[in-house]
Design a protein around this ligand. Structure first.
Ligand code: SF4
Ligand code: SF4
Length: 604
C-alpha cells in the first residue's frame, strides 16, 4: 500500500520532481513559489540553486536539460516575465533531459504587484501547460510533465496558484522513475544554435509537435468529464474545479488538467451532452475564449469576476444571482496593517529620505512597506530592479532641475537580480542618480533566502560573498559609501551630500535584517526605554513608525496625576517585548526622553 503524507502544493511539487529523477533545480524566491526550491534542496543527489534572477535560473535549468539531465525551474508569475526570453526560444530548441517550468500565479495579489494570468504564456510560447487542482495532482502532474517534456521534446509549464501552492493535502508517495536519457555532452547545433536558418527549421518542428500535443490533450486522462445533472455543465481547471464542486455538487463538470493545448474533442463532446455551459476560471477568460472559438455557446466572465481569487460562494452567487450564499463563515481576525518590523534597519533610511523631501523611486522588497503611513516614503514601485532606471528616466526628462530631488532605493537581492544593469546605464549615460542599496544581508521579504551577497548557498554551504561596494566601483561609480542605517545622523549627512552631487553615487546601507537567526540569538541586544518624566508628548518619535513605540492617550486629570503639563494629551512608551534595540528612535526625540534601558532587561 502506498504511503500517504500531508504536504502543501509546493512540497508536493518538490516530491514529484524528486520521484521523477530530477538532477538540477533553480529558482529565484517569490511568493507563492518559494518553498518549491527550499524543499527540493533538502533531497540528496539534486543540485539546487537560488539564481540571481529568473532568467538566469531558466538558463541554468535549460543548460542542464541540454546535458541530458532532468531539470526544473520555479518562479512566481511575474518571474516568468524576466525568464520569457529563454522560455520562448527553448520552445524552439526543445530539450534533452525533461525540462519543467513552474509558474506560481497569485490571483488577488496577496504578495504581488499584479495578478497576471500565466496561462497566456503557454499560448504565446506554444508550450504545453498542466494545471493541478490540489497537492496530490501537483505531485502527479510534475512527474507527468517530465515524461511529456522528453516525449515531445519541449519544455512543459505547470501553473499553480497561491491556494494550490500553500494548501495542505494528502499525497501518495510513489516510485522513483528515472529518465531514459543518458546525461552527457551531445553537440547538436542544428537543434541548440538558434541562428535564423536553424530557428526557421525548428519553427516547423514546433508546429508538428503542436499537432501531436493536441492529440495527446484529447487522450490525457486528467482532462476528465464527470456527468451528473446534465442541465448545467461546467468547464473548469485548477483550484476553480474545487470551488465548482463545492458550489454545485450535482452539476456535470469537465475538468481540464492540461489547459494548453486545448482538448477540442473532449470539449465538443461535453458540449453535446449538457444543456447549458459555464466556464469557471480565475483571472482571464482563457478557456472561455477557446470554447467560444469552437462555436460553442457558453457563459463565463459576464458572470464570474475576472479580477481576484474566486471561492465557492462567489462562484455560486455569480451563477445563481443569489445574494447571501456564504458557504462557510470566514474566520475573523483583527486587522493588522503591514509594517516594517521593530528594529528593521530600513526604517531610518526612509525617515531620512522623507526629511529630505526627495522623489523616492522604490523597488520590490520588504522596504516597499515604507510607502505606507507614517513613513509615506516611496513614490514609485514597478517591478524588480526598476527603481534605478525609473530614477534615471526622470532625471533625463527634467535635466539639471532634478539634481537633489530624486533617489533610487532597492535591496541587496533586488540589486543583484536586475538593478545592476540600471546602475551600468546611469554610469554609461552620464546620469547623476543617487542609488541607495539597502543591504540587509539576505532576501528578507520571501523568507530570508541567501543571495550572492550573503556568502552561502541554499544548502547552507559557505560560498564567495559578493562585495557590492567593489562591484559598484567596477561598474564605474566613483562615489561609493557604506553607512550604518541605524546611525540616522550620519546617514542623513551622506545622503544629503550625495544627492547634490552632479555624478552617480551609491550609498550602501549595511545592517543585517533583525529576523536573521544570528540576530535573533544575539545576547548583547540593547533595549531602549522612554523616560516618562522627560516625555512632552510631542509625538516626534511616532513618525518613524516603529511598532514598539506606543502612544498612551491621557486626560487632563491623568496628566495632573502623572506630573505632566496639564495640556499634555498623552505620552509614548516603548514595548520591551518588541524593541529590538536599533536605537533609531533616539535621534528623533529632542527632549532626550529616549535612552538605553539601565539593566538591558527592558524592565523599568
Ligand atoms: S519620547 Fe520624545 S519624541 Fe516621543 S513623544 Fe515623548 S518627547 Fe516626543
Ligand atoms: S530602539 Fe526605538 S526604533 Fe529601534 S526597535 Fe526599539 S523602539 Fe523601535
Amino acid at each position: 500500500m502506498s504511503q500517504k503524507i500531508l504536504l502543501s502544493g509546493n512540497e508536493a511539487i518538490a516530491l514529484g520532481a524528486f520521484e521523477a529523477g530530477l538532477r538540477v533545480a533553480s529558482a529565484y524566491p517569490g511568493t507563492p513559489s518559494t518553498e518549491i526550491l527550499e524543499n527540493i534542496s533538502t533531497y540528496e543527489g539534486i543540485y539546487a540553486e537560488w539564481s540571481p534572477n529568473e532568467k538566469v535560473a531558466y538558463e541554468v535549468a535549460l543548460g542542464a536539460s541540454f546535458a541530458g539531465a532532468r531539470a526544473l525551474v520555479s518562479m512566481k508569475h511575474v518571474g516568468l516575465n524576466i525568464a520569457a526570453d529563454p522560455l520562448f526560444t527553448s520552445a524552439y530548441t526543445g530539450v534533452r533531459g525533461g525540462l519543467v517550468v513552474i509558474t506560481a500565479d497569485d490571483p488577488e495579489m496577496h504578495s504581488s504587484q499584479n495578478e497576471q494570468d500565466n496561462r497566456n504564456y503557454a499560448f504565446a510560447a506554444k508550450v504545453p501547460m498542466f494545471e493541478p487542482s490540489d497537492p496530490s495532482e501537483a505531485k502527479e502532474f510534475v512527474k507527468l510533465a517530465f515524461q511529456l517534456s522528453e516525449e515531445f521534446d519541449t519544455p512543459v509549464l505547470v501553473r499553480t496558484t497561491t491556494r494550490v501552492s500553500h494548501v495542505k493535502g494528502l499525497v501518495n508517495k510513489g516510485e522513483i522513475v528515472t529518465s531514459k536519457i543518458k546525461p552527457g555532452i551531445e553537440k547538436i547545433p542544428e537543434k541548440f544554435v538558434m541562428l535564423p536558418a536553424n530557428a526557421r527549421l525548428r519553427r516547423k518542428e514546433l508546429d508538428k509537435r503542436f499537432v501531436r500535443l493536441r492529440e495527446f490533450a484529447d487522450s490525457f486522462e486528467h482532462n476528465k468529464t464527470e456527468y451528473n445533472d446534465k442541465k448545467i455543465g461546467f468547464i473548469t481547471s485548477g483550484i476553480s474545479y474545487l470551488y465548482v464542486k463545492e458550489a454545485f455538487p450535482d452539476a456535470s463538470v469537465l475538468k481540464l488538467g492540461m489547459v494548453y493545448p486545448f482538448p477540442e474533442k473532449i470539449i465538443k463532446e461535453f458540449a453535446k451532452n449538457v444543456e447549458e455551459i459555464f466556464v469557471v476560471e480565475e483571472l482571464d477568460p482563457f478557456i472561455e475564449n477557446y470554447v467560444k472559438a469552437l462555436g460553442i455557446r457558453c457563459k463565463g466572465k459576464e458572470l464570474i469576476p475576472a479580477a481576484g481569487e474566486l471561492n465557492p460562494s462567489i462562484v455560486r452567487a455569480s451563477i445563481t444571482g443569489e445574494k447571501s450564499t456564504a458557504l462557510f463563515e470566514p474566520v475573523k481576525i483583527p486587522n493588522r496593517p503591514p509594517n516594517l518590523c521593530p528594529g528593521c534597519p530600513h526604517r531610518g533610511i526612509f525617515h531620512v529620505l522623507s526629511k529630505l523631501n526627495v522623489f523616492i523611486a522604490g523597488d520590490i522588497g520588504c522596504y516597499t512597506l515604507a510607502a505606507l503611513k507614517p513613513l509615506s516614503a516611496m513614490d514609485s514601485c514597478i517591478c524588480m530592479g526598476a527603481s534605478i532606471g525609473n530614477a534615471l528616466g526622470m532625471e533625463k526628462a527634467l535635466g539639471k532641475d532634478a539634481l537633489g530631488k530624486i533617489v533610487a532605493v532597492l535591496g541587496d537581492s533586488t540589486f543583484i537580480h536586475s538593478g545592476i544593469t540600471g546602475l551600468i546605464d546611469v554610469v554609461y549615460n552620464k546620469g547623476f542618480t543617487t542609488v541607495l542599496i539597502l543591504d540587509n544581508r539576505t532576501t528578507a521579504m520571501t523568507g530570508h533566502q541567501p543571495n550572492p551577497a550573503s556568502g552561502q548557498t541554499v544548502k547552507g554551504d559557505i560560498s564567495t560573498m559578493l562585495d557590492i561596494e567593489a562591484l559598484c566601483r567596477a561598474i564605474g561609480v566613483k562615489n561609493v559609501y557604506t553607512v550604518n542605517p541605524n546611525d540616522i545622523e550620519e546617514t542623513y549627512k551622506i545622503v544629503k551630500q550625495e544627492i547634490e552631487r552632479p555624478e552617480p553615487s551609491v550609498i550602501i546601507t549595511k545592517a543585517p535584517c533583525v529576523l536573521l537567526p544570528e540576530m535573533k540569538k544575539r545576547k548583547d541586544k540593547s533595549l531602549y526605554i522612554i523616560i516618562p518624566e522627560k516625555c512632552t508628548g510631542c509625538r516626534s518619535c511616532l513618525k518613524i513608525g516603529c511598532p514598539a513605540i506606543e502612544w498612551v492617550p491621557i486626560t487632563e486629570e491623568d496628566a495632573k496625576k502623572l506630573g505632566f503639563k496639564e495640556k499634555q494629551k498623552g505620552y509614548s512608551i516603548i514595548n520591551a517585548a518588541l524593541c529590538d534595540g536599533c536605537g533609531q528612535c533616539v535621534t528623533l526625540c529632542k527632549f532626550k526622553a529616549i535612552a538605553l534601558s539601565g539593566d538591558k532587561s527592558g524592565k523599568r
